[in-house]
Design a binder for this molecule. Structure first.
Ligand SMILES: Nc1ncnc2c1ncn2[C@@H]1O[C@H](COP(=O)(O)OP(=O)(O)OP(=O)(O)O)[C@@H](O)[C@H]1O
Ligand SMILES: [Mg+2]
Length: 261
């Protein structure tokens, strides 16, 4: 369980806060989506969890341990991080990219290679790609490598910053489907950042709608968010999406009603 308690971040004393008084609990095994417009503080929130950014005030705990009290390398060993725009090292091969963390952990080459091949298969990439460089791969393939790299040391927690942002809608839907299966099979706790409402609905166990400056406007399961937006801001953000109920009265889907302009 990850807990943020009244966390704020100011990048400069005179600057407005990027994140303000944000409290949030992420349960084990859930996919918690941070949804919001550009600049609302999603990346900042994510990066405070693995301490790439230090909060100005407030506390963050993982399983009851204050992350500030943990050595950074120990903290990050338990947290996979997928960066906005895949963030692969351009001069390293795919296999070397994927095994970045195992190399830091001192695994020998044989074990690293075996793990890399396992991971490439897991994320649906051909083993032949292992020796290539990131620029030789398509955008969707690169994003898969980014996910494989984050999974390499089998961390219980994954932080994912718009991991499927740079691909076309068809590849994106495919990556989302595979991601859902993967998370379910591997039992990870995921904090997933996106500004795409539909992606949030499809992937999230719960969605935290963020509003500038970095605080939560509403936190709910997708169907509840659509059915009962807590404010005009949330209503406008989720747009004309209405929940569809089955005969038993359970939320079974949603539809988008957009008139032609
Ligand atoms: N290193 C930094 N120094 C100064 N200001 C920063 C820094 N990083 C972020 N900010 C500011 O903090 C605010 C939140 O930024 P953040 O990157 O968290 O937004 P975001 O929600 O991830 O946006 P996007 O969807 O565009 O990625 C913005 O106003 C941004 O300009
Ligand atoms: Mg961001």
């Amino acid at each position: 369980m990850i807990e943020l308690d009244r966390v704020s971040k100011r990048f400069a004393p005179s600057a407005p806060p990027a994140v303000e008084d944000l409290s949030l609990t992420i349960d084990d095994g859930e996919v918690l989506v941070l949804l919001g417009s550009s600049g609302c503080g999603k990346t900042t929130t994510l990066r405070m969890i693995n301490r790439l950014i230090e909060p100005t005030s407030g506390t963050i705990t993982i399983d009851g341990r204050d992350v500030q009290s943990m050595p950074v390398h120990e903290l990050r060993r338990g947290i996979g991080y997928v960066i906005q725009q895949s963030g692969l090292f351009p001069h390293r091969t795919i296999v070397d990219n994927v095994t970045t963390v195992p190399r830091l952990l001192g695994w020998d080459r044989k074990r690293r290679n075996a793990r890399a091949h396992e991971l490439l298969e897991l994320v649906g990439l051909e083993p032949e790609l292992a020796k290539k460089y990131p620029a030789q791969l398509s955008g969707g393939q690169q994003q898969r490598v980014g996910v494989a790299r984050a999974l390499a040391a089998d961390p219980p927690v994954m932080l994912m910053d718009e991991p499927f942002g740079a691909v076309d809608p068809i590849v994106r839907a495919q990556l989302q489907r595979e991601f859902k299966r993967l998370v379910k099979d591997l039992g990870k706790t995921v904090v997933f950042v996106t500004h795409d409402v539909d992606e949030a609905i499809v992937l999230g166990t719960r969605i935290a709608v963020m509003q500038t400056p970095g605080h939560i406007a509403q936190l709910d399961a997708p169907a509840d968010l659509l059915a009962n937006p807590a404010s005009e801001f949330v209503h406008d953000f989720v747009g004309n999406r209405t929940v569809v109920y089955d005969q038993a009265g359970n939320a079974s889907g949603y539809k988008l009603e957009t008139p032609f302009p």
